[in-house]
Design a protein around this ligand. Structure first.
Ligand SMILES: Nc1ncnc2c1ncn2[C@@H]1O[C@H](COP(=O)(O)OP(=O)(O)OP(=O)(O)O)[C@@H](O)[C@H]1O
Length: 484
């Protein structure tokens, strides 16, 4: 579908003229689109005259967004510097320089930008022209801005500033140079990832969904296209225009867990197989925050990711995200979606039919695929009342053997997998850390050797290092702490 060239007359607020060719695969009720390929060329600039004159109409929220635990983040440092230098302590469009067009969506266009006087931090600026949107899209745009404003999570975008100028709303968020997971999949042989890479991305998305659900946000548009990749290879779930908010009542619920025998180790990243036979059971109280009473009738989402209850149109709730999570893991591992038909209608028919998901089982498949299929089957249960995740959310999904060995609280520190086409940039702070870590590694190694010589078990010591650079030793098996 060719988008028309948008040219603003010289006296309008912004000059964002460009041409863009877009196809996409999202549909919202009646309209259908797909985001499979995008090409665009552009010539754009903020109108300087406007930028300086815009102060009177700017409604700037950057000063009210505070994330104290991220005070050392370079992006925040840059924003703080710009606002400190600003005469009214606010961020304005004149503080930004647009570098290039990143892409277009249903609601607006996204540009790579930097602060004018500071080159060290990249941002993405989503520009929504409210004059071009119908009331329904306007409400989606407002939903997205509201949800972005509430988020504070490493796998979700940070809204640094919202700048309203005339009929434009501009949202300044994190820039993800790694592109999206859908494009990355297309670069892989068979369009699929290795099991350990799929598990890394699935685990991060699970944590992001857990956070959204704890806020009462049902996401409704999970798909690889909406998973952007940060420079360190960690994910950023994007696109919140199809979300809806519901009530959530957090509880502590009793749960039986397997307690490993003292001294037994757990492989952290490489696949660990089934649970240890040495485990004992104990009951613990677990935090559950899942919007189980969420209910909506509007049919939104992406065809291949729609849950059966969405297709039937009788109303849906939090379960649609757990269904989509099953489709997502399937696509990462099999290179296609499980109910895809030869047309959109066929796809919807396959989803609505009582037939369960089917798998192609390869002869020499990777260890862990049995667990992966079991998880997918449990997520793709057609009746949402019996679907994994619907009752107790991520708490239950995280405990599935597919995720065995992942140390959830440390997940943001894991090193991203090496995946063809994914260029990882190490942050300056990381290279400093890796220097410290390599010193620490050497220190542990020397200590381990010394103690081994004295007959002390090294595997107990190696468990002190919770970092994924370290080697985990489990009897005679050495497992490297990496996702690849
Ligand atoms: N933070 C970002 N960093 C890098 N690229 C981005 C970022 N946000 C968006 N993009 C790019 O811009 C494109 C348009 O994004 P946008 O969120 O407007 O629309 P979309 O993802 O197609 O979804 P929708 O139309 O549902 O809003 C994306 O496909 C992506 O390639």
């Amino acid at each position: 579908m060719d988008e028309p060239t948008l040219l603003f007359p010289p006296d309008t607020d912004l000059d964002l003229s460009f041409t863009s060719t877009t196809t996409d695969r999202t549909f919202t009720s009646s309209s259908a689109r797909t985001s499979l390929a995008r090409t665009s060329s552009l010539a754009l600039s903020f109108n300087d005259r406007l930028s300086t004159a815009s102060a009177a109409v700017d409604i700037v929220s950057s000063t009210v967004i505070r994330r104290p635990h991220r005070s050392s983040d370079p992006n925040w440092t840059a924003i703080k510097a710009a606002t400190n230098l600003s005469s009214d302590g606010r961020l304005h469009l004149r503080h930004l320089k647009l570098l290039r067009h990143l892409g277009s969506g249903d609601l607006g266009r996204v540009f790579l930008c930097r602060l004018r006087d500071y080159d060290g931090a990249n941002f993405a600026l989503k520009v929504v022209d409210k004059d071009l949107l119908n009331p329904k899209k306007l409400s989606h745009a407002e939903t997205e801005a509201e949800i972005l404003h509430t988020l504070d999570h490493p796998f979700l975008p940070t809204l640094y500033a919202r700048i309203d100028v005339s009929h434009y709303t501009c949202l300044l968020i994190d820039y993800c140079p790694g592109g999206d997971l859908h494009s990355l999949l297309r670069k892989q042989p068979g369009n699929r990832l290795t099991l350990s890479a799929a598990r890394f991305f699935a685990a991060e998305i699970l944590v992001a969904l857990e956070y959204l659900h704890a806020l009462g946000v049902v996401y409704r548009d999970l798909k690889p296209e909406n998973v952007l990749l940060r420079e360190d290879g960690h994910v950023m779930l994007s696109d919140f225009d199809l979300c809806f908010k519901a009530d959530v009542a957090p509880t502590f619920e009793p749960c039986t867990v397997h307690k490993p025998k003292v001294g037994s180790t757990c492989g952290c990243f490489s696949y660990n197989g089934s649970r240890s036979r040495d485990s004992r059971e104990r009951v613990v109280a677990e935090f559950v925050a899942e919007p189980i009473t969420a209910f909506s009738r509007s049919c939104v989402g992406t065809h291949e990711y729609l849950a059966p209850e969405l297709v039937s149109g009788n109303g849906h709730g939090n379960g649609v995200d757990w269904w989509a999570f099953g489709v997502f893991i399937y696509e990462l591992l099999y290179g296609t979606t499980p109910f895809k038909g030869c047309s959109k209608e066929n796809t919807l028919r396959n989803i609505a039919s009582p037939n369960n998901v089917r798998f192609h089982v390869a002869e020499n498949e990777e260890v862990g695929m049995v667990e992966a299929r079991d998880l997918i089957e449990k997520l793709l249960v057609k009746d949402p009342r019996r679907r994994l995740g619907c009752a107790r959310g991520a708490t239950d999904v995280k405990r599935h053997p597919f995720f065995d060995g992942i140390k959830w609280p440390l997940i943001r520190n894991y090193r991203a997998p090496e995946v063809k086409g994914l260029v990882l940039r190490r942050k300056k702070s990381d290279s400093h850390l890796s220097h410290v870590n390599s010193k620490r590694r050497r220190w542990w190694k020397r200590l381990g050797c010394a103690l081994r010589n004295k007959g002390t078990r090294f595997d107990l010591l190696s468990n002190f290092s919770n970092n994924n650079y370290y080697c985990y030793v489990n009897d005679s098996n050495v497992r490297t702490g990496k996702f690849n």
